[in-house]
Design a protein around this ligand. Structure first.
Ligand SMILES: *Cc1c(COP(=O)(O)O)cnc(C)c1O
Length: 385
């Protein structure tokens, strides 16, 4: 379906997007159509109905597959619908081992939707391979990894997980939303399936919601493609087009996100009102070596604990001016949030504390603005605190 001739900067602009054969349009058109006229019964051009296939979506799927170094890509209406579709590979009675610091919505759909269908879940610190190994049971069918995790930015060794899962005959799936294929390619480490919220860095402009799955495994692809159509949580052509447009600048955006995040995490580390800075690019990050081994950059997310109470953290969010108070991440604009009260509020307070998600923890998604403006903004907020 896709081939990898060029480097990722080039593929992001060209993969799956040759000039339109009928008009020469350099930009893939928005095929805003639900159905396709057939020349005779069964005589179609590869497209019958837009839930099943749409040319704008096909272009996006091929581009995403190429960027991840996979054979097959599938696009969805949201990251959550992509994640839910992975679970369609399982049956009642199956067991899943998951990172204990997953995206709040992933935890919610596991616990509050799929548990009722007879799936069971065990959450472990996947940074410790032994913990995954100990949690695998005869009925385990899937290991679900996020790396870096959200919001504690813990790193899991992808090659070690892939080897363990192959050994045990378990499907490995990695949510690669935070790193993006620009910094990390899980399939190249032997992982079976990559999941994305393309809402974040891949779209990159905070203007649409979407998801994706990428795999090189024929059997998983066939079932996932079947469920993409059967369940029907597909993105519209205009959303696909917006994501294709965002992808063209993925490389330059990720470079700047990371450069800004590195500078800000160093600045925060020296600040007297900061208790702790979590960023995989810092040498004091507990899995910094693993991050260096499997990532070509450390991304744009930073979590930090301010030296104060939850009220102080909430006040800090009010004091910043450039950083917008919002959920989500990965757009060109810098965002700030309180995981305990916002993105991870669906996780019970006791569970949050057990995981090390403290009440004074703040997460920032560092945008691509001028880094000195961003630092000055944080600085003035600290002095007002
Ligand atoms: C946002 C996010 C999701 C969910 O994606 P949606 O597009 O919001 O449905 C899943 N995983 C991670 C890591 C995310 O950041």
């Amino acid at each position: 379906m896709s081939n990898n001739h060029y480097k990722i900067e080039t593929e992001a602009i060209h993969a799956g997007q040759p000039p339109d054969p009928t008009t020469g349009a350099i930009t893939t058109p928005i095929f805003q159509t639900s159905t396709y006229v057939q020349e005779g019964v069964g005589g179609h051009k590869g497209f019958e109905y837009s839930r099943t296939d749409n040319p704008t979506r096909s272009a996006l799927q091929e581009c995403l597959a190429t960027l991840e170094g996979g054979r097959f890509g599938l696009s969805f209406s949201s990251g959550m619908s992509a994640i839910s579709t992975v679970l369609s590979l399982l049956k009642s009675g199956d067991h899943v081992v998951s990172s204990d610091d997953v995206y709040g919505g992933t935890y919610r759909v596991f616990e509050q939707v799929f548990r009722d269908f007879g799936l069971t879940f065990t959450y472990v610190n996947t940074s410790e391979i032994a913990e995954i190994e100990a949690a695998i049971k005869p009925e385990t069918k899937l290991v679900w990894i996020e790396t870096p995790t959200n919001p504690l930015l813990k790193i899991t060794d992808l090659a070690a997980v892939a080897n363990l899962c192959k050994d045990r005959g378990v499907i490995s799936c990695v949510d690669n939303t935070f790193a993006t294929p620009y910094f990390q390619k899980p399939l190249s480490h032997g992982i079976d399936i990559v999941a994305h919220s393309v809402t974040k860095y891949l779209g990159g402009h905070a203007d649409t919601v979407g998801g994706a799955l990428i795999t090189s495994n024929d059997k998983y692809y066939e079932r996932l493609k079947f469920c993409q159509n059967a369940v029907g949580a597909v993105p519209g052509p205009f959303d696909c087009w917006l994501i294709l447009r965002g992808l063209k600048t993925l490389a330059v955006r990720m470079e700047r996100h990371e450069k800004n995040a590195m500078a800000i995490s160093n600045w925060l580390s020296d600040h007297p009102k900061v208790r702790k800075v979590i960023y995989p690019g810092l040498e004091n990050h507990p899995q910094h070596e693993t991050a260096r081994k499997q990532m070509s950059g450390f991304g744009g997310l930073i979590s930090f604990e301010i030296d104060g109470s939850q009220d102080d953290a909430v006040r800090f969010l009010d004091l910043v001016k450039i950083f917008a108070l919002a959920e989500s991440l990965g757009g060109v604009e810098s965002l700030i949030e309180h995981p305990g009260l916002m993105t991870h509020a669906s996780i019970p307070a006791e569970v949050r504390r057990e995981k090390g998600l403290s009440d004074s923890l703040i997460r920032i998604s560092v945008g691509i603005e001028n880094v000195n403006d961003l630092i000055s903004d944080l600085d003035q907020a600290f002095s007002e605190l």
